[in-house]
Ligand binder design. Structure first.
Ligand code: GLU
Length: 452
Protein backbone atom coordinates (compact mmCIF):
# COMPACT_ATOMS: atom_id res chain seq x y z
CA UNK A 1 0.00 0.00 0.00
CA UNK A 2 1.24 3.43 -0.95
CA UNK A 3 1.76 5.81 1.94
CA UNK A 4 2.74 9.42 1.34
CA UNK A 5 3.11 12.43 3.55
CA UNK A 6 2.89 16.17 3.34
CA UNK A 7 5.36 17.71 5.77
CA UNK A 8 4.97 21.46 6.08
CA UNK A 9 6.82 23.52 8.66
CA UNK A 10 4.20 25.64 10.44
CA UNK A 11 6.22 28.82 10.14
CA UNK A 12 3.89 30.56 7.70
CA UNK A 13 0.85 30.13 5.51
CA UNK A 14 0.81 27.51 2.77
CA UNK A 15 1.20 29.00 -0.68
CA UNK A 16 0.33 27.49 -4.06
CA UNK A 17 3.67 25.71 -4.30
CA UNK A 18 3.14 23.91 -0.98
CA UNK A 19 -0.44 23.12 -1.86
CA UNK A 20 0.66 21.61 -5.14
CA UNK A 21 3.02 19.28 -3.29
CA UNK A 22 0.28 18.36 -0.83
CA UNK A 23 -2.16 17.69 -3.66
CA UNK A 24 0.25 15.48 -5.58
CA UNK A 25 1.05 13.46 -2.48
CA UNK A 26 -2.64 13.06 -1.75
CA UNK A 27 -3.30 11.98 -5.34
CA UNK A 28 -0.40 9.57 -5.42
CA UNK A 29 -1.77 7.84 -2.31
CA UNK A 30 -5.49 8.03 -3.06
CA UNK A 31 -5.15 6.87 -6.64
CA UNK A 32 -4.54 3.37 -5.34
CA UNK A 33 -6.44 3.55 -2.07
CA UNK A 34 -3.31 4.37 -0.08
CA UNK A 35 -2.77 6.65 2.86
CA UNK A 36 -1.86 10.31 3.02
CA UNK A 37 -0.31 11.61 6.19
CA UNK A 38 0.02 15.16 7.46
CA UNK A 39 3.30 15.60 9.29
CA UNK A 40 3.84 18.88 11.05
CA UNK A 41 7.57 19.66 10.95
CA UNK A 42 7.66 21.80 14.05
CA UNK A 43 11.10 21.10 15.48
CA UNK A 44 11.88 24.80 15.20
CA UNK A 45 10.03 25.79 18.35
CA UNK A 46 10.70 29.48 17.92
CA UNK A 47 9.38 29.89 14.40
CA UNK A 48 6.58 27.31 14.56
CA UNK A 49 3.17 28.73 15.42
CA UNK A 50 -0.07 26.98 16.36
CA UNK A 51 -2.07 29.39 14.20
CA UNK A 52 -0.19 28.12 11.16
CA UNK A 53 -0.89 24.50 12.11
CA UNK A 54 -4.60 25.41 12.25
CA UNK A 55 -4.36 27.22 8.91
CA UNK A 56 -2.73 24.18 7.31
CA UNK A 57 -5.60 21.97 8.47
CA UNK A 58 -8.20 24.44 7.22
CA UNK A 59 -6.50 24.74 3.82
CA UNK A 60 -6.22 21.00 3.30
CA UNK A 61 -9.86 20.52 4.31
CA UNK A 62 -10.99 23.29 1.95
CA UNK A 63 -9.28 21.51 -0.93
CA UNK A 64 -10.66 18.12 0.10
CA UNK A 65 -7.22 16.72 0.93
CA UNK A 66 -8.19 14.93 4.09
CA UNK A 67 -5.22 13.32 5.83
CA UNK A 68 -5.48 9.78 7.15
CA UNK A 69 -3.44 10.77 10.14
CA UNK A 70 -1.51 13.62 11.64
CA UNK A 71 1.89 13.49 13.29
CA UNK A 72 3.93 16.19 14.94
CA UNK A 73 7.66 16.17 15.13
CA UNK A 74 7.62 18.00 18.45
CA UNK A 75 5.92 14.91 19.95
CA UNK A 76 8.66 12.63 18.66
CA UNK A 77 11.84 14.11 20.05
CA UNK A 78 12.64 10.97 22.07
CA UNK A 79 12.67 8.94 18.84
CA UNK A 80 15.14 11.34 17.25
CA UNK A 81 17.30 11.11 20.35
CA UNK A 82 17.33 7.33 20.02
CA UNK A 83 18.20 7.52 16.32
CA UNK A 84 20.95 10.00 17.11
CA UNK A 85 22.37 7.71 19.78
CA UNK A 86 22.32 4.76 17.39
CA UNK A 87 24.15 6.78 14.72
CA UNK A 88 26.61 8.10 17.27
CA UNK A 89 27.39 4.59 18.50
CA UNK A 90 27.97 3.60 14.87
CA UNK A 91 30.39 6.50 14.42
CA UNK A 92 28.13 8.29 11.97
CA UNK A 93 27.70 11.56 13.85
CA UNK A 94 30.43 13.77 15.18
CA UNK A 95 30.69 16.92 17.24
CA UNK A 96 31.89 20.16 15.66
CA UNK A 97 32.74 23.43 17.33
CA UNK A 98 33.12 25.97 14.55
CA UNK A 99 31.13 29.14 14.94
CA UNK A 100 28.90 30.40 12.14
CA UNK A 101 31.49 33.10 11.39
CA UNK A 102 34.31 30.57 11.14
CA UNK A 103 32.29 28.43 8.76
CA UNK A 104 31.41 31.45 6.71
CA UNK A 105 35.05 32.43 6.43
CA UNK A 106 36.01 28.91 5.36
CA UNK A 107 33.41 29.01 2.62
CA UNK A 108 34.62 32.38 1.40
CA UNK A 109 38.20 31.16 1.21
CA UNK A 110 37.15 28.04 -0.71
CA UNK A 111 35.07 30.07 -3.12
CA UNK A 112 37.95 32.52 -3.51
CA UNK A 113 40.15 29.65 -4.58
CA UNK A 114 37.53 28.51 -7.04
CA UNK A 115 36.61 25.49 -4.93
CA UNK A 116 33.12 24.35 -3.99
CA UNK A 117 32.22 25.35 -0.40
CA UNK A 118 32.16 21.86 1.07
CA UNK A 119 32.75 21.40 4.78
CA UNK A 120 36.39 20.36 5.27
CA UNK A 121 35.74 17.97 8.18
CA UNK A 122 38.19 19.82 10.38
CA UNK A 123 36.14 18.75 13.41
CA UNK A 124 37.02 15.12 12.68
CA UNK A 125 40.68 15.99 13.19
CA UNK A 126 40.16 17.39 16.66
CA UNK A 127 41.84 15.47 19.44
CA UNK A 128 40.01 14.58 22.62
CA UNK A 129 42.07 17.16 24.45
CA UNK A 130 41.06 19.87 22.00
CA UNK A 131 37.43 18.92 22.39
CA UNK A 132 37.73 18.91 26.15
CA UNK A 133 39.29 22.36 26.00
CA UNK A 134 36.27 23.68 24.06
CA UNK A 135 33.92 22.11 26.59
CA UNK A 136 35.91 23.62 29.42
CA UNK A 137 35.37 27.02 27.79
CA UNK A 138 31.66 26.27 27.98
CA UNK A 139 31.32 25.77 24.22
CA UNK A 140 28.85 23.02 23.33
CA UNK A 141 29.26 21.29 19.97
CA UNK A 142 26.75 21.06 17.17
CA UNK A 143 26.55 17.70 15.42
CA UNK A 144 27.19 16.61 11.88
CA UNK A 145 26.20 13.44 10.09
CA UNK A 146 29.26 11.74 8.61
CA UNK A 147 28.65 10.85 5.00
CA UNK A 148 30.11 7.62 3.72
CA UNK A 149 32.51 8.74 1.01
CA UNK A 150 33.13 5.27 -0.36
CA UNK A 151 29.95 4.69 -2.26
CA UNK A 152 28.08 6.59 -4.92
CA UNK A 153 24.55 7.57 -3.90
CA UNK A 154 22.00 6.53 -6.50
CA UNK A 155 18.26 6.30 -6.80
CA UNK A 156 15.68 6.06 -9.50
CA UNK A 157 13.70 9.28 -9.19
CA UNK A 158 9.98 9.08 -9.99
CA UNK A 159 10.19 12.29 -12.00
CA UNK A 160 13.86 12.83 -12.84
CA UNK A 161 14.90 9.27 -13.62
CA UNK A 162 18.21 7.76 -12.48
CA UNK A 163 20.12 10.03 -10.09
CA UNK A 164 23.73 9.77 -9.01
CA UNK A 165 25.59 11.77 -6.37
CA UNK A 166 29.21 11.53 -5.37
CA UNK A 167 29.11 12.01 -1.56
CA UNK A 168 32.48 13.74 -1.75
CA UNK A 169 30.70 16.69 -3.35
CA UNK A 170 28.40 17.09 -0.33
CA UNK A 171 29.03 18.63 3.09
CA UNK A 172 28.45 16.49 6.13
CA UNK A 173 25.15 18.07 7.18
CA UNK A 174 24.64 19.65 10.57
CA UNK A 175 21.75 17.68 12.06
CA UNK A 176 21.60 19.05 15.58
CA UNK A 177 22.31 22.44 17.07
CA UNK A 178 24.44 23.06 20.14
CA UNK A 179 21.29 23.60 22.20
CA UNK A 180 20.13 20.09 21.30
CA UNK A 181 17.42 21.21 18.85
CA UNK A 182 17.00 19.45 15.52
CA UNK A 183 17.54 20.60 12.01
CA UNK A 184 15.26 19.23 9.31
CA UNK A 185 17.40 16.43 7.91
CA UNK A 186 17.51 13.56 10.42
CA UNK A 187 14.01 13.79 11.95
CA UNK A 188 12.51 13.70 8.49
CA UNK A 189 14.44 10.57 7.52
CA UNK A 190 13.61 8.90 10.84
CA UNK A 191 9.91 9.72 10.41
CA UNK A 192 9.74 8.54 6.82
CA UNK A 193 11.26 5.28 7.96
CA UNK A 194 9.29 4.90 11.17
CA UNK A 195 5.94 5.83 9.62
CA UNK A 196 6.40 3.44 6.73
CA UNK A 197 6.30 6.16 4.07
CA UNK A 198 6.62 4.41 0.72
CA UNK A 199 6.87 7.47 -1.53
CA UNK A 200 8.47 10.82 -0.81
CA UNK A 201 7.31 13.34 -3.39
CA UNK A 202 8.62 16.88 -2.97
CA UNK A 203 10.14 19.82 -4.76
CA UNK A 204 13.42 19.54 -6.62
CA UNK A 205 15.01 21.90 -4.10
CA UNK A 206 15.24 18.75 -1.95
CA UNK A 207 17.26 16.64 -4.39
CA UNK A 208 20.56 16.98 -2.55
CA UNK A 209 18.77 16.43 0.78
CA UNK A 210 17.58 13.14 -0.63
CA UNK A 211 21.15 12.11 -1.39
CA UNK A 212 22.08 12.76 2.24
CA UNK A 213 18.93 11.17 3.62
CA UNK A 214 19.49 8.00 1.62
CA UNK A 215 22.74 7.60 3.50
CA UNK A 216 20.88 8.26 6.75
CA UNK A 217 18.36 5.52 5.97
CA UNK A 218 21.17 3.14 5.19
CA UNK A 219 23.08 4.06 8.33
CA UNK A 220 19.98 3.74 10.51
CA UNK A 221 19.30 0.30 9.08
CA UNK A 222 22.89 -0.74 9.59
CA UNK A 223 22.71 0.52 13.17
CA UNK A 224 19.54 -1.57 13.57
CA UNK A 225 17.63 1.43 14.73
CA UNK A 226 14.55 -0.28 16.11
CA UNK A 227 11.90 2.35 15.48
CA UNK A 228 11.97 1.33 11.85
CA UNK A 229 8.72 -0.35 10.85
CA UNK A 230 9.56 -0.31 7.19
CA UNK A 231 12.60 -2.47 7.51
CA UNK A 232 11.87 -4.45 4.36
CA UNK A 233 13.00 -1.60 2.17
CA UNK A 234 16.14 0.44 2.70
CA UNK A 235 14.43 3.74 1.86
CA UNK A 236 11.22 5.12 0.31
CA UNK A 237 10.84 5.82 -3.38
CA UNK A 238 11.76 9.40 -4.16
CA UNK A 239 10.35 11.79 -6.71
CA UNK A 240 11.19 15.46 -7.09
CA UNK A 241 8.94 17.71 -9.05
CA UNK A 242 10.07 20.83 -10.86
CA UNK A 243 9.32 24.00 -8.97
CA UNK A 244 6.35 26.22 -9.51
CA UNK A 245 7.17 29.64 -10.91
CA UNK A 246 5.14 32.72 -11.78
CA UNK A 247 4.30 33.76 -15.31
CA UNK A 248 7.38 35.98 -15.51
CA UNK A 249 9.90 33.79 -13.74
CA UNK A 250 10.04 33.20 -10.02
CA UNK A 251 6.80 32.88 -8.11
CA UNK A 252 6.14 36.55 -7.51
CA UNK A 253 6.44 37.92 -3.99
CA UNK A 254 2.78 38.69 -4.02
CA UNK A 255 1.60 35.28 -5.20
CA UNK A 256 4.33 33.46 -3.34
CA UNK A 257 3.17 35.03 -0.14
CA UNK A 258 -0.53 34.52 -0.75
CA UNK A 259 -2.10 32.01 1.60
CA UNK A 260 -5.08 29.90 0.65
CA UNK A 261 -7.38 32.30 2.49
CA UNK A 262 -6.64 34.83 -0.26
CA UNK A 263 -7.93 32.36 -2.84
CA UNK A 264 -10.99 31.65 -0.72
CA UNK A 265 -11.64 35.36 -0.19
CA UNK A 266 -11.40 35.89 -3.95
CA UNK A 267 -14.37 33.53 -4.22
CA UNK A 268 -12.47 30.86 -6.13
CA UNK A 269 -13.65 27.27 -6.08
CA UNK A 270 -11.26 24.76 -4.51
CA UNK A 271 -11.70 22.56 -7.58
CA UNK A 272 -10.35 25.34 -9.80
CA UNK A 273 -7.13 25.23 -7.84
CA UNK A 274 -7.13 21.45 -7.76
CA UNK A 275 -7.77 21.26 -11.52
CA UNK A 276 -4.91 23.63 -12.22
CA UNK A 277 -2.33 22.31 -9.77
CA UNK A 278 -3.02 18.65 -10.51
CA UNK A 279 -1.75 18.95 -14.05
CA UNK A 280 0.28 22.12 -14.27
CA UNK A 281 3.77 21.17 -15.41
CA UNK A 282 2.65 17.77 -16.68
CA UNK A 283 2.07 16.71 -20.28
CA UNK A 284 -1.64 16.30 -19.55
CA UNK A 285 -4.11 19.05 -20.47
CA UNK A 286 -5.17 21.48 -17.75
CA UNK A 287 -8.96 21.33 -17.80
CA UNK A 288 -11.83 22.31 -15.54
CA UNK A 289 -12.99 19.41 -13.39
CA UNK A 290 -15.70 19.82 -10.78
CA UNK A 291 -14.88 16.39 -9.41
CA UNK A 292 -11.49 14.96 -8.54
CA UNK A 293 -12.16 11.41 -9.80
CA UNK A 294 -10.91 11.90 -13.36
CA UNK A 295 -7.84 13.74 -12.16
CA UNK A 296 -7.08 10.95 -9.72
CA UNK A 297 -7.46 8.27 -12.34
CA UNK A 298 -5.12 9.98 -14.77
CA UNK A 299 -2.51 11.07 -12.22
CA UNK A 300 0.87 9.84 -13.41
CA UNK A 301 4.30 10.97 -12.22
CA UNK A 302 5.64 9.85 -15.60
CA UNK A 303 3.87 12.81 -17.22
CA UNK A 304 5.62 15.36 -14.99
CA UNK A 305 8.01 17.59 -16.90
CA UNK A 306 11.46 18.70 -15.83
CA UNK A 307 10.89 22.36 -16.69
CA UNK A 308 9.47 24.67 -14.01
CA UNK A 309 5.67 24.76 -13.99
CA UNK A 310 4.25 28.22 -14.69
CA UNK A 311 1.49 29.42 -12.44
CA UNK A 312 -0.77 32.04 -13.99
CA UNK A 313 -3.72 33.48 -12.08
CA UNK A 314 -5.56 33.99 -15.38
CA UNK A 315 -5.63 30.19 -15.83
CA UNK A 316 -7.17 29.88 -12.41
CA UNK A 317 -9.89 32.43 -13.22
CA UNK A 318 -10.64 30.69 -16.49
CA UNK A 319 -10.93 27.29 -14.82
CA UNK A 320 -13.05 28.76 -12.06
CA UNK A 321 -15.55 30.19 -14.53
CA UNK A 322 -15.74 26.90 -16.40
CA UNK A 323 -16.29 24.99 -13.16
CA UNK A 324 -19.00 27.35 -11.94
CA UNK A 325 -20.83 26.81 -15.23
CA UNK A 326 -20.80 23.06 -14.56
CA UNK A 327 -21.95 23.07 -10.95
CA UNK A 328 -25.35 21.65 -10.12
CA UNK A 329 -27.79 23.54 -7.96
CA UNK A 330 -27.60 21.01 -5.13
CA UNK A 331 -23.90 21.61 -4.76
CA UNK A 332 -24.18 25.37 -4.52
CA UNK A 333 -27.62 25.84 -2.95
CA UNK A 334 -26.36 26.79 0.49
CA UNK A 335 -24.10 29.47 -0.98
CA UNK A 336 -26.86 31.20 -2.94
CA UNK A 337 -29.04 34.09 -1.82
CA UNK A 338 -32.19 33.30 0.10
CA UNK A 339 -35.02 32.25 -2.21
CA UNK A 340 -32.86 31.56 -5.24
CA UNK A 341 -34.02 28.20 -6.58
CA UNK A 342 -32.79 25.69 -9.12
CA UNK A 343 -34.41 27.47 -12.10
CA UNK A 344 -32.79 30.74 -11.15
CA UNK A 345 -29.41 29.06 -10.71
CA UNK A 346 -29.77 27.52 -14.12
CA UNK A 347 -30.68 30.87 -15.70
CA UNK A 348 -27.94 32.84 -13.98
CA UNK A 349 -25.09 30.30 -13.92
CA UNK A 350 -23.80 30.99 -17.47
CA UNK A 351 -23.22 34.65 -16.53
CA UNK A 352 -21.08 33.94 -13.49
CA UNK A 353 -17.35 33.90 -13.01
CA UNK A 354 -17.70 33.33 -9.28
CA UNK A 355 -20.58 31.86 -7.33
CA UNK A 356 -20.55 34.97 -5.18
CA UNK A 357 -21.65 37.02 -8.20
CA UNK A 358 -25.00 35.19 -8.21
CA UNK A 359 -26.43 37.62 -5.66
CA UNK A 360 -26.01 40.54 -8.01
CA UNK A 361 -27.96 38.84 -10.78
CA UNK A 362 -30.55 37.56 -8.36
CA UNK A 363 -31.24 41.14 -7.30
CA UNK A 364 -32.30 41.83 -10.89
CA UNK A 365 -34.98 39.20 -10.46
CA UNK A 366 -36.22 40.33 -7.06
CA UNK A 367 -35.87 44.05 -7.85
CA UNK A 368 -36.07 46.89 -7.54
CA UNK A 369 -34.11 47.48 -10.71
CA UNK A 370 -32.59 50.61 -12.06
CA UNK A 371 -33.85 51.06 -15.62
CA UNK A 372 -32.26 53.65 -17.91
CA UNK A 373 -34.04 56.68 -19.45
CA UNK A 374 -35.74 55.69 -22.70
CA UNK A 375 -36.44 57.72 -25.83
CA UNK A 376 -40.06 58.69 -26.55
CA UNK A 377 -40.15 56.07 -29.24
CA UNK A 378 -38.93 53.32 -26.94
CA UNK A 379 -41.32 54.42 -24.20
CA UNK A 380 -44.19 54.01 -26.61
CA UNK A 381 -42.81 50.65 -27.61
CA UNK A 382 -42.54 49.51 -23.99
CA UNK A 383 -46.09 50.73 -23.24
CA UNK A 384 -47.22 48.68 -26.14
CA UNK A 385 -45.29 45.72 -24.74
CA UNK A 386 -47.03 46.07 -21.36
CA UNK A 387 -50.37 45.82 -23.11
CA UNK A 388 -49.31 42.96 -25.35
CA UNK A 389 -47.94 40.87 -22.50
CA UNK A 390 -49.75 37.57 -22.19
CA UNK A 391 -48.70 35.11 -19.54
CA UNK A 392 -48.29 31.48 -20.54
CA UNK A 393 -45.76 28.75 -20.95
CA UNK A 394 -43.08 30.87 -22.56
CA UNK A 395 -44.07 34.49 -22.04
CA UNK A 396 -40.85 35.91 -23.49
CA UNK A 397 -41.26 34.11 -26.77
CA UNK A 398 -44.91 35.05 -26.98
CA UNK A 399 -44.21 38.68 -26.16
CA UNK A 400 -41.33 39.19 -28.57
CA UNK A 401 -43.18 37.24 -31.27
CA UNK A 402 -46.20 39.47 -30.90
CA UNK A 403 -44.14 42.67 -30.79
CA UNK A 404 -42.15 41.71 -33.83
CA UNK A 405 -45.34 41.34 -35.78
CA UNK A 406 -47.10 44.41 -34.49
CA UNK A 407 -44.16 46.86 -34.53
CA UNK A 408 -41.94 45.49 -37.29
CA UNK A 409 -38.99 45.78 -34.90
CA UNK A 410 -36.36 43.11 -34.96
CA UNK A 411 -32.92 42.29 -33.50
CA UNK A 412 -31.52 44.79 -31.05
CA UNK A 413 -34.39 47.27 -31.47
CA UNK A 414 -36.84 44.54 -30.55
CA UNK A 415 -34.95 42.98 -27.63
CA UNK A 416 -32.71 45.56 -25.98
CA UNK A 417 -35.35 48.03 -24.67
CA UNK A 418 -37.22 45.08 -23.19
CA UNK A 419 -34.14 43.71 -21.50
CA UNK A 420 -33.26 47.15 -20.18
CA UNK A 421 -36.76 47.80 -18.93
CA UNK A 422 -36.98 44.41 -17.24
CA UNK A 423 -33.48 44.07 -15.78
CA UNK A 424 -31.82 47.47 -16.01
CA UNK A 425 -28.96 45.79 -17.89
CA UNK A 426 -27.76 45.64 -21.49
CA UNK A 427 -26.90 41.98 -21.24
CA UNK A 428 -27.35 39.10 -18.87
CA UNK A 429 -29.13 35.80 -18.42
CA UNK A 430 -31.47 34.36 -21.01
CA UNK A 431 -34.68 36.43 -20.90
CA UNK A 432 -36.81 33.39 -21.60
CA UNK A 433 -35.59 31.87 -18.37
CA UNK A 434 -35.68 35.14 -16.43
CA UNK A 435 -39.27 36.15 -17.12
CA UNK A 436 -40.95 33.34 -15.18
CA UNK A 437 -38.58 34.08 -12.31
CA UNK A 438 -39.45 37.78 -12.25
CA UNK A 439 -43.14 36.86 -12.42
CA UNK A 440 -46.07 38.28 -14.32
CA UNK A 441 -46.94 41.17 -12.00
CA UNK A 442 -43.40 42.46 -11.72
CA UNK A 443 -42.83 42.14 -15.46
CA UNK A 444 -45.95 44.12 -16.17
CA UNK A 445 -45.04 46.72 -13.60
CA UNK A 446 -41.50 47.14 -14.88
CA UNK A 447 -42.71 47.58 -18.46
CA UNK A 448 -45.33 50.07 -17.38
CA UNK A 449 -42.89 52.05 -15.30
CA UNK A 450 -40.37 52.19 -18.15
CA UNK A 451 -43.12 53.42 -20.46
CA UNK A 452 -44.27 56.14 -18.11
N1 GLU B 1 9.40 20.49 6.31
C1 GLU B 1 10.09 20.28 5.09
C2 GLU B 1 9.81 21.46 4.16
O1 GLU B 1 8.90 22.18 4.43
C3 GLU B 1 9.64 18.98 4.46
C4 GLU B 1 10.41 18.56 3.27
C5 GLU B 1 10.09 17.13 2.91
O2 GLU B 1 9.08 16.92 2.23
O3 GLU B 1 10.82 16.25 3.32
O4 GLU B 1 10.50 21.70 3.23
Amino acid sequence: MIKTRFAPSPTGLLHVGNIRTALHNWMLAKQSGGQFLLRIDDTDAQRSKEEYVDAIRVDLAWLGLVPDGEERQSDRLAIYDAAFDALKAAGRVYPAYETAQELDLKRKIQLGRGKPPIYDRAALEMTEAEQAAKQAEGIEPHWRFKLDHDEMITWDDGVRGPQKFDPVTLSDPVIRRADGSWLYMLPSAVDDMDMGITHVLRGEDHVSNTAVQIQMFTALHAAQFTAAQNAAKPHPNFAHEALLVGKEGKLSKRLGSLGMDAFRDAGLEPMALVSLLARLGTSQPVEAHDDVATLLESFDLGTFGRAPAKFDEADLERLNTAIVHQLDYDVVADRLPEGMGADAWHAIRPNLEKIGDAAEWWRLVTGPIDAPEFSDEDRAYLGHAAEALAWGDDPWRMLTGALKESTGRKGKALFLPLRQALTGQDHGPDMGELLPLIGEDAVRARLASAAA
